[in-house]
Design a protein around this ligand. Structure first.
Ligand code: HEM
Length: 402
Protein backbone atom coordinates (compact mmCIF):
# COMPACT_ATOMS: atom_id res chain seq x y z
CA UNK A 1 0.00 0.00 0.00
CA UNK A 2 1.30 3.43 -0.82
CA UNK A 3 0.79 6.28 1.58
CA UNK A 4 -0.03 9.82 0.53
CA UNK A 5 3.45 10.88 1.58
CA UNK A 6 5.23 8.68 -0.95
CA UNK A 7 5.78 10.05 -4.44
CA UNK A 8 3.59 8.35 -7.03
CA UNK A 9 4.31 8.38 -10.73
CA UNK A 10 2.00 6.87 -13.32
CA UNK A 11 2.83 7.63 -16.96
CA UNK A 12 -0.76 6.80 -18.00
CA UNK A 13 -2.38 9.30 -15.61
CA UNK A 14 -3.49 12.26 -17.74
CA UNK A 15 -3.35 14.70 -14.80
CA UNK A 16 0.24 13.77 -13.97
CA UNK A 17 1.19 13.86 -17.65
CA UNK A 18 -0.13 17.41 -18.02
CA UNK A 19 2.67 18.58 -15.72
CA UNK A 20 4.92 15.68 -14.68
CA UNK A 21 7.76 17.91 -13.44
CA UNK A 22 6.77 18.20 -9.74
CA UNK A 23 6.43 14.40 -9.49
CA UNK A 24 9.70 13.81 -11.31
CA UNK A 25 11.44 16.21 -8.90
CA UNK A 26 10.13 14.17 -5.96
CA UNK A 27 11.32 10.95 -7.60
CA UNK A 28 14.82 12.38 -8.09
CA UNK A 29 14.97 13.57 -4.47
CA UNK A 30 13.09 10.87 -2.58
CA UNK A 31 13.01 7.76 -4.78
CA UNK A 32 15.85 7.89 -7.33
CA UNK A 33 15.12 4.23 -7.95
CA UNK A 34 11.34 4.20 -8.07
CA UNK A 35 9.09 1.16 -8.29
CA UNK A 36 5.50 1.33 -9.53
CA UNK A 37 3.62 -1.66 -8.26
CA UNK A 38 0.48 -1.15 -10.29
CA UNK A 39 2.21 -1.23 -13.67
CA UNK A 40 5.20 -3.23 -12.47
CA UNK A 41 8.09 -1.09 -13.61
CA UNK A 42 11.12 0.65 -12.11
CA UNK A 43 12.11 4.20 -13.03
CA UNK A 44 15.38 6.13 -13.03
CA UNK A 45 14.97 9.88 -12.99
CA UNK A 46 18.36 11.49 -12.25
CA UNK A 47 20.46 12.68 -15.17
CA UNK A 48 23.55 10.65 -14.20
CA UNK A 49 21.52 7.45 -13.76
CA UNK A 50 19.57 7.80 -17.02
CA UNK A 51 22.80 8.58 -18.83
CA UNK A 52 24.65 5.56 -17.36
CA UNK A 53 21.78 3.12 -18.01
CA UNK A 54 21.38 4.38 -21.60
CA UNK A 55 25.00 3.50 -22.27
CA UNK A 56 24.75 0.03 -20.72
CA UNK A 57 22.80 -1.84 -23.42
CA UNK A 58 24.17 -5.17 -22.15
CA UNK A 59 22.13 -4.79 -18.94
CA UNK A 60 19.22 -2.72 -20.33
CA UNK A 61 17.89 -4.43 -23.42
CA UNK A 62 15.76 -2.86 -26.17
CA UNK A 63 15.11 -6.23 -27.77
CA UNK A 64 11.70 -6.75 -26.12
CA UNK A 65 10.60 -3.26 -27.25
CA UNK A 66 11.06 0.19 -25.72
CA UNK A 67 7.42 1.18 -25.15
CA UNK A 68 6.71 0.52 -21.48
CA UNK A 69 3.28 -1.09 -21.84
CA UNK A 70 4.28 -3.27 -24.80
CA UNK A 71 7.27 -4.90 -23.12
CA UNK A 72 6.34 -8.40 -22.10
CA UNK A 73 8.59 -8.95 -19.11
CA UNK A 74 7.59 -12.62 -18.87
CA UNK A 75 8.87 -13.45 -22.35
CA UNK A 76 12.38 -14.77 -22.69
CA UNK A 77 14.90 -12.92 -24.82
CA UNK A 78 15.03 -16.00 -26.99
CA UNK A 79 11.26 -15.89 -27.72
CA UNK A 80 9.76 -14.64 -30.97
CA UNK A 81 11.32 -11.40 -32.19
CA UNK A 82 9.02 -8.43 -31.48
CA UNK A 83 11.20 -5.91 -33.37
CA UNK A 84 9.22 -5.85 -36.65
CA UNK A 85 12.68 -5.59 -38.22
CA UNK A 86 13.25 -2.13 -36.66
CA UNK A 87 16.68 -1.49 -35.18
CA UNK A 88 15.25 0.66 -32.36
CA UNK A 89 13.90 -2.62 -30.92
CA UNK A 90 17.16 -4.56 -31.24
CA UNK A 91 20.41 -4.90 -29.30
CA UNK A 92 23.92 -5.08 -30.78
CA UNK A 93 25.27 -6.76 -32.85
CA UNK A 94 22.02 -7.00 -34.88
CA UNK A 95 21.23 -3.35 -34.20
CA UNK A 96 24.72 -2.16 -35.17
CA UNK A 97 24.70 -3.86 -38.57
CA UNK A 98 21.55 -1.97 -39.54
CA UNK A 99 22.65 1.26 -37.93
CA UNK A 100 25.99 1.26 -39.79
CA UNK A 101 24.14 0.88 -43.03
CA UNK A 102 21.54 3.57 -42.46
CA UNK A 103 24.23 5.94 -41.15
CA UNK A 104 25.68 5.75 -44.65
CA UNK A 105 22.36 6.46 -46.37
CA UNK A 106 21.45 9.20 -43.85
CA UNK A 107 24.38 11.41 -44.76
CA UNK A 108 25.06 14.95 -43.53
CA UNK A 109 24.93 15.95 -47.23
CA UNK A 110 21.36 14.71 -47.56
CA UNK A 111 20.33 16.36 -44.28
CA UNK A 112 21.95 19.71 -45.12
CA UNK A 113 20.34 19.64 -48.57
CA UNK A 114 16.93 19.64 -46.87
CA UNK A 115 17.38 23.18 -45.53
CA UNK A 116 15.93 24.63 -48.74
CA UNK A 117 12.99 22.20 -48.77
CA UNK A 118 12.09 23.07 -45.15
CA UNK A 119 12.21 26.81 -45.93
CA UNK A 120 10.06 26.32 -49.02
CA UNK A 121 7.48 24.36 -47.00
CA UNK A 122 7.41 27.02 -44.26
CA UNK A 123 6.71 29.62 -46.93
CA UNK A 124 3.85 27.57 -48.40
CA UNK A 125 2.15 27.23 -45.02
CA UNK A 126 2.97 30.59 -43.42
CA UNK A 127 2.53 33.06 -46.30
CA UNK A 128 -1.27 32.57 -46.52
CA UNK A 129 -1.51 33.40 -42.79
CA UNK A 130 -0.03 36.88 -43.21
CA UNK A 131 -2.55 39.57 -42.35
CA UNK A 132 -4.81 37.02 -40.62
CA UNK A 133 -5.87 36.99 -36.97
CA UNK A 134 -4.16 33.72 -36.13
CA UNK A 135 -4.00 29.99 -36.83
CA UNK A 136 -3.30 26.67 -35.16
CA UNK A 137 0.50 26.55 -35.15
CA UNK A 138 0.65 22.75 -34.87
CA UNK A 139 -2.40 21.54 -36.78
CA UNK A 140 -2.19 24.03 -39.65
CA UNK A 141 1.59 24.16 -39.94
CA UNK A 142 4.14 22.47 -37.69
CA UNK A 143 2.73 18.92 -37.72
CA UNK A 144 2.88 18.83 -41.52
CA UNK A 145 6.54 19.79 -41.88
CA UNK A 146 8.37 16.72 -40.44
CA UNK A 147 6.58 14.04 -42.53
CA UNK A 148 6.95 16.09 -45.66
CA UNK A 149 10.66 16.50 -44.96
CA UNK A 150 11.27 12.85 -44.14
CA UNK A 151 9.15 11.97 -47.17
CA UNK A 152 11.38 14.13 -49.37
CA UNK A 153 14.44 12.40 -47.94
CA UNK A 154 13.07 8.93 -48.58
CA UNK A 155 11.86 9.89 -52.04
CA UNK A 156 8.08 10.06 -51.47
CA UNK A 157 6.60 12.36 -54.15
CA UNK A 158 5.47 15.75 -52.85
CA UNK A 159 1.78 15.16 -53.52
CA UNK A 160 1.72 11.97 -51.40
CA UNK A 161 3.66 13.20 -48.36
CA UNK A 162 0.73 14.55 -46.39
CA UNK A 163 -1.31 11.42 -47.11
CA UNK A 164 1.39 9.31 -45.44
CA UNK A 165 1.26 11.61 -42.41
CA UNK A 166 -2.50 11.10 -42.13
CA UNK A 167 -2.17 7.31 -42.27
CA UNK A 168 0.73 7.49 -39.80
CA UNK A 169 -1.37 9.55 -37.34
CA UNK A 170 -4.17 6.96 -37.37
CA UNK A 171 -1.63 4.13 -36.98
CA UNK A 172 -0.08 5.81 -33.89
CA UNK A 173 -3.42 6.44 -32.17
CA UNK A 174 -3.64 4.84 -28.74
CA UNK A 175 -6.54 2.39 -28.87
CA UNK A 176 -7.74 0.01 -26.20
CA UNK A 177 -9.18 -3.40 -27.07
CA UNK A 178 -9.44 -4.52 -30.68
CA UNK A 179 -7.86 -2.52 -33.48
CA UNK A 180 -10.43 -0.29 -35.19
CA UNK A 181 -11.39 -0.73 -38.85
CA UNK A 182 -10.00 2.74 -39.55
CA UNK A 183 -6.63 1.83 -38.05
CA UNK A 184 -6.51 -1.49 -39.96
CA UNK A 185 -7.29 0.35 -43.19
CA UNK A 186 -4.54 2.92 -42.52
CA UNK A 187 -2.01 0.15 -41.81
CA UNK A 188 -2.95 -1.64 -45.03
CA UNK A 189 -2.83 1.48 -47.19
CA UNK A 190 0.46 2.62 -45.68
CA UNK A 191 1.86 -0.90 -46.30
CA UNK A 192 0.73 -1.13 -49.92
CA UNK A 193 2.00 2.36 -50.64
CA UNK A 194 5.44 1.43 -49.31
CA UNK A 195 5.45 -1.88 -51.21
CA UNK A 196 4.77 -0.09 -54.48
CA UNK A 197 7.39 2.55 -53.87
CA UNK A 198 10.10 0.09 -52.87
CA UNK A 199 9.30 -2.03 -55.94
CA UNK A 200 9.51 1.01 -58.19
CA UNK A 201 12.95 2.00 -56.80
CA UNK A 202 14.16 -1.56 -57.19
CA UNK A 203 13.41 -1.31 -60.91
CA UNK A 204 14.40 2.35 -61.35
CA UNK A 205 16.83 3.59 -58.67
CA UNK A 206 16.88 7.35 -58.10
CA UNK A 207 18.78 9.84 -55.95
CA UNK A 208 16.83 9.11 -52.79
CA UNK A 209 17.22 7.16 -49.57
CA UNK A 210 15.03 4.19 -50.51
CA UNK A 211 17.25 3.59 -53.55
CA UNK A 212 20.33 3.92 -51.34
CA UNK A 213 18.94 1.41 -48.84
CA UNK A 214 18.20 -1.05 -51.63
CA UNK A 215 21.69 -0.92 -53.06
CA UNK A 216 23.64 -0.67 -49.78
CA UNK A 217 25.49 -3.65 -48.36
CA UNK A 218 25.47 -4.52 -44.67
CA UNK A 219 28.89 -5.30 -43.27
CA UNK A 220 28.61 -8.05 -40.71
CA UNK A 221 30.88 -8.17 -37.67
CA UNK A 222 32.86 -11.01 -39.32
CA UNK A 223 33.61 -8.75 -42.31
CA UNK A 224 31.26 -10.48 -44.79
CA UNK A 225 28.48 -8.46 -46.40
CA UNK A 226 24.91 -8.81 -47.60
CA UNK A 227 22.08 -6.61 -48.86
CA UNK A 228 18.95 -5.66 -46.91
CA UNK A 229 16.03 -7.97 -47.54
CA UNK A 230 12.62 -6.65 -48.54
CA UNK A 231 11.27 -6.78 -44.97
CA UNK A 232 14.22 -4.80 -43.66
CA UNK A 233 13.79 -2.03 -46.24
CA UNK A 234 10.10 -1.81 -45.37
CA UNK A 235 10.98 -1.69 -41.65
CA UNK A 236 13.36 1.24 -42.22
CA UNK A 237 10.73 3.07 -44.23
CA UNK A 238 8.18 2.69 -41.41
CA UNK A 239 10.66 3.51 -38.62
CA UNK A 240 11.90 6.68 -40.32
CA UNK A 241 8.41 7.88 -41.25
CA UNK A 242 7.09 7.39 -37.73
CA UNK A 243 10.14 8.20 -35.56
CA UNK A 244 10.81 11.33 -37.60
CA UNK A 245 7.33 12.81 -37.59
CA UNK A 246 5.55 12.75 -34.22
CA UNK A 247 8.50 13.79 -32.06
CA UNK A 248 9.58 16.70 -34.26
CA UNK A 249 6.00 17.97 -34.56
CA UNK A 250 5.79 18.13 -30.76
CA UNK A 251 9.11 19.96 -30.49
CA UNK A 252 7.83 22.61 -32.91
CA UNK A 253 4.61 22.86 -30.88
CA UNK A 254 6.62 23.44 -27.68
CA UNK A 255 8.60 26.15 -29.49
CA UNK A 256 5.41 28.07 -30.26
CA UNK A 257 4.17 27.78 -26.66
CA UNK A 258 7.43 28.57 -24.87
CA UNK A 259 8.42 31.51 -27.06
CA UNK A 260 4.97 33.03 -26.49
CA UNK A 261 5.36 32.45 -22.73
CA UNK A 262 8.74 34.24 -22.81
CA UNK A 263 8.27 37.21 -25.18
CA UNK A 264 11.52 38.86 -24.04
CA UNK A 265 13.48 35.78 -25.12
CA UNK A 266 11.58 35.62 -28.40
CA UNK A 267 12.58 39.27 -28.97
CA UNK A 268 16.22 38.25 -28.41
CA UNK A 269 15.87 35.66 -31.17
CA UNK A 270 14.30 38.23 -33.49
CA UNK A 271 17.33 40.44 -32.82
CA UNK A 272 19.93 37.71 -33.14
CA UNK A 273 19.36 34.65 -35.31
CA UNK A 274 22.70 33.27 -34.13
CA UNK A 275 20.95 32.37 -30.87
CA UNK A 276 18.41 30.07 -32.56
CA UNK A 277 20.45 26.81 -32.48
CA UNK A 278 21.02 27.26 -28.73
CA UNK A 279 17.33 28.01 -28.22
CA UNK A 280 16.56 24.69 -29.94
CA UNK A 281 18.82 22.81 -27.48
CA UNK A 282 17.15 24.58 -24.55
CA UNK A 283 13.70 23.65 -25.90
CA UNK A 284 14.82 20.03 -26.16
CA UNK A 285 16.10 20.05 -22.58
CA UNK A 286 13.11 21.90 -21.16
CA UNK A 287 10.26 19.98 -22.83
CA UNK A 288 11.51 16.67 -24.26
CA UNK A 289 9.04 15.33 -26.85
CA UNK A 290 9.98 11.73 -26.05
CA UNK A 291 10.36 11.72 -22.24
CA UNK A 292 10.40 7.97 -21.46
CA UNK A 293 12.58 5.23 -22.98
CA UNK A 294 11.82 1.79 -21.59
CA UNK A 295 14.14 -1.21 -21.28
CA UNK A 296 14.13 -4.76 -19.91
CA UNK A 297 16.99 -5.77 -17.60
CA UNK A 298 19.00 -8.79 -18.71
CA UNK A 299 20.59 -9.26 -15.27
CA UNK A 300 20.11 -7.98 -11.71
CA UNK A 301 21.37 -4.41 -11.31
CA UNK A 302 21.75 -2.25 -8.23
CA UNK A 303 20.73 1.38 -7.80
CA UNK A 304 20.90 3.44 -4.62
CA UNK A 305 21.32 0.37 -2.44
CA UNK A 306 18.37 -1.52 -3.96
CA UNK A 307 18.38 -4.42 -6.37
CA UNK A 308 16.44 -4.46 -9.62
CA UNK A 309 15.98 -8.11 -10.57
CA UNK A 310 16.73 -9.49 -14.03
CA UNK A 311 13.71 -9.30 -16.38
CA UNK A 312 12.40 -6.06 -14.89
CA UNK A 313 10.97 -3.19 -16.88
CA UNK A 314 12.93 0.01 -16.33
CA UNK A 315 11.74 3.44 -17.50
CA UNK A 316 14.58 5.82 -18.26
CA UNK A 317 12.96 9.21 -17.61
CA UNK A 318 14.86 11.41 -20.04
CA UNK A 319 12.22 14.09 -19.41
CA UNK A 320 13.15 14.21 -15.73
CA UNK A 321 16.90 14.08 -16.49
CA UNK A 322 16.60 17.40 -18.35
CA UNK A 323 15.33 19.08 -15.18
CA UNK A 324 17.83 17.54 -12.77
CA UNK A 325 19.31 20.24 -10.54
CA UNK A 326 22.35 17.97 -10.07
CA UNK A 327 23.15 18.57 -13.76
CA UNK A 328 21.64 22.01 -14.59
CA UNK A 329 21.55 25.22 -12.57
CA UNK A 330 17.99 26.45 -12.03
CA UNK A 331 16.62 23.72 -14.28
CA UNK A 332 13.02 25.00 -14.25
CA UNK A 333 14.09 28.30 -15.79
CA UNK A 334 13.76 28.43 -19.59
CA UNK A 335 16.71 30.35 -20.99
CA UNK A 336 17.62 30.47 -24.67
CA UNK A 337 21.09 31.68 -23.69
CA UNK A 338 21.81 28.83 -21.26
CA UNK A 339 25.27 27.30 -21.79
CA UNK A 340 24.32 23.67 -22.43
CA UNK A 341 26.98 20.99 -22.71
CA UNK A 342 24.69 18.03 -23.08
CA UNK A 343 21.20 16.59 -22.63
CA UNK A 344 19.65 13.15 -23.08
CA UNK A 345 16.55 14.19 -25.04
CA UNK A 346 17.79 12.27 -28.10
CA UNK A 347 18.72 9.28 -25.95
CA UNK A 348 22.32 8.20 -25.48
CA UNK A 349 24.60 5.34 -26.48
CA UNK A 350 23.93 2.89 -29.28
CA UNK A 351 20.35 4.07 -29.92
CA UNK A 352 21.23 7.79 -29.99
CA UNK A 353 18.63 9.38 -32.27
CA UNK A 354 19.50 8.91 -35.92
CA UNK A 355 17.50 12.00 -36.85
CA UNK A 356 18.91 14.38 -34.20
CA UNK A 357 20.57 16.67 -36.73
CA UNK A 358 17.56 16.64 -38.99
CA UNK A 359 15.26 17.52 -36.08
CA UNK A 360 17.61 20.36 -35.08
CA UNK A 361 17.66 21.69 -38.63
CA UNK A 362 13.87 21.55 -38.95
CA UNK A 363 13.35 23.31 -35.62
CA UNK A 364 15.87 26.06 -36.37
CA UNK A 365 14.43 26.74 -39.83
CA UNK A 366 10.81 26.70 -38.58
CA UNK A 367 11.65 29.17 -35.79
CA UNK A 368 13.55 31.47 -38.17
CA UNK A 369 10.88 31.42 -40.85
CA UNK A 370 8.15 32.03 -38.26
CA UNK A 371 10.00 34.97 -36.67
CA UNK A 372 10.67 36.47 -40.13
CA UNK A 373 6.94 36.76 -40.69
CA UNK A 374 5.49 36.92 -37.19
CA UNK A 375 7.88 38.43 -34.62
CA UNK A 376 5.09 38.34 -32.01
CA UNK A 377 2.18 36.05 -31.23
CA UNK A 378 0.02 35.23 -28.26
CA UNK A 379 -1.03 31.83 -26.90
CA UNK A 380 -3.79 31.29 -24.35
CA UNK A 381 -2.35 28.17 -22.73
CA UNK A 382 -5.79 27.00 -21.61
CA UNK A 383 -6.46 26.32 -25.29
CA UNK A 384 -3.33 24.20 -25.81
CA UNK A 385 -4.03 20.46 -26.13
CA UNK A 386 -1.40 17.79 -25.49
CA UNK A 387 -1.25 14.51 -27.42
CA UNK A 388 -1.92 11.32 -25.54
CA UNK A 389 0.33 8.63 -26.88
CA UNK A 390 2.35 6.53 -24.51
CA UNK A 391 5.74 7.63 -25.80
CA UNK A 392 5.36 11.18 -27.03
CA UNK A 393 4.42 14.24 -24.99
CA UNK A 394 3.67 17.63 -26.51
CA UNK A 395 1.08 19.93 -28.03
CA UNK A 396 -1.29 18.76 -30.75
CA UNK A 397 -3.16 22.08 -30.89
CA UNK A 398 -1.69 25.52 -30.28
CA UNK A 399 -4.05 28.29 -31.43
CA UNK A 400 -1.91 31.41 -31.83
CA UNK A 401 -3.15 34.99 -32.12
CA UNK A 402 -1.23 37.43 -34.24
C1 HEM B 1 12.73 16.35 -31.68
C2 HEM B 1 12.72 15.31 -32.39
C3 HEM B 1 13.18 13.95 -31.97
C4 HEM B 1 13.33 13.44 -30.70
C5 HEM B 1 13.05 14.11 -29.37
C6 HEM B 1 13.82 12.08 -30.86
C7 HEM B 1 14.12 11.24 -29.80
C8 HEM B 1 14.71 10.01 -29.94
C9 HEM B 1 15.16 9.20 -28.83
C10 HEM B 1 15.01 9.54 -27.35
C11 HEM B 1 15.71 8.07 -29.34
C12 HEM B 1 16.35 6.93 -28.55
C13 HEM B 1 15.34 5.84 -28.27
C14 HEM B 1 15.89 4.78 -27.33
O1 HEM B 1 16.96 4.95 -26.74
O2 HEM B 1 15.20 3.76 -27.18
C15 HEM B 1 15.59 8.16 -30.79
C16 HEM B 1 16.00 7.19 -31.67
C17 HEM B 1 15.75 7.25 -33.03
N1 HEM B 1 15.27 8.33 -33.74
FE1 HEM B 1 14.71 10.11 -32.99
N2 HEM B 1 13.94 11.80 -32.20
C18 HEM B 1 13.58 12.92 -32.91
C19 HEM B 1 13.59 13.07 -34.26
C20 HEM B 1 13.89 12.09 -35.16
C21 HEM B 1 13.88 12.22 -36.60
C22 HEM B 1 13.58 13.51 -37.36
C23 HEM B 1 14.15 11.00 -37.11
C24 HEM B 1 14.19 10.63 -38.56
C25 HEM B 1 14.90 10.44 -39.32
C26 HEM B 1 14.39 10.10 -36.01
C27 HEM B 1 14.74 8.76 -36.11
C28 HEM B 1 15.17 7.98 -35.07
C29 HEM B 1 15.62 6.61 -35.23
C30 HEM B 1 15.68 5.82 -36.53
C31 HEM B 1 15.98 6.15 -33.96
C32 HEM B 1 16.52 4.76 -33.59
C33 HEM B 1 18.00 4.78 -33.57
C34 HEM B 1 18.62 3.45 -33.17
O3 HEM B 1 17.92 2.56 -32.67
O4 HEM B 1 19.83 3.32 -33.39
N3 HEM B 1 14.22 10.79 -34.85
N4 HEM B 1 15.00 9.36 -31.12
Amino acid sequence: MRTRAEPYYDPYDADIDTDPYPVWRRLRDEAPLYYNEQHNFFALSRFADVHAASLDWQSYSSARGTVLEYIDASASLADADPSFGMMIFMDPPRHDELRRLVNRAFTPRRVAALDGRVRELCGEFLEPQRGGAGFDFVEDFAAKIPTMVIGALLGVPKEDQDQLRQWGDVMMRLETGTVSAEKMAAIERFGSYMEAMVEDRRRRPRDDMISDLLSAEITRDDGSSRKLDHREVMAFFTLLEIAGSETTARLLGWASVLLARHPEQRAQLVESRALVPNAVEELLRYEPPSPIQARLTTRAVEWHGQVVPAHSKVALLTGSAGRDEREYAEPDRFDVERALDRHVTFGYGVHYCLGANLARLEAAVVIEETLDRFPEWHVDEREVELVRTSTVRGPSHVPIRL
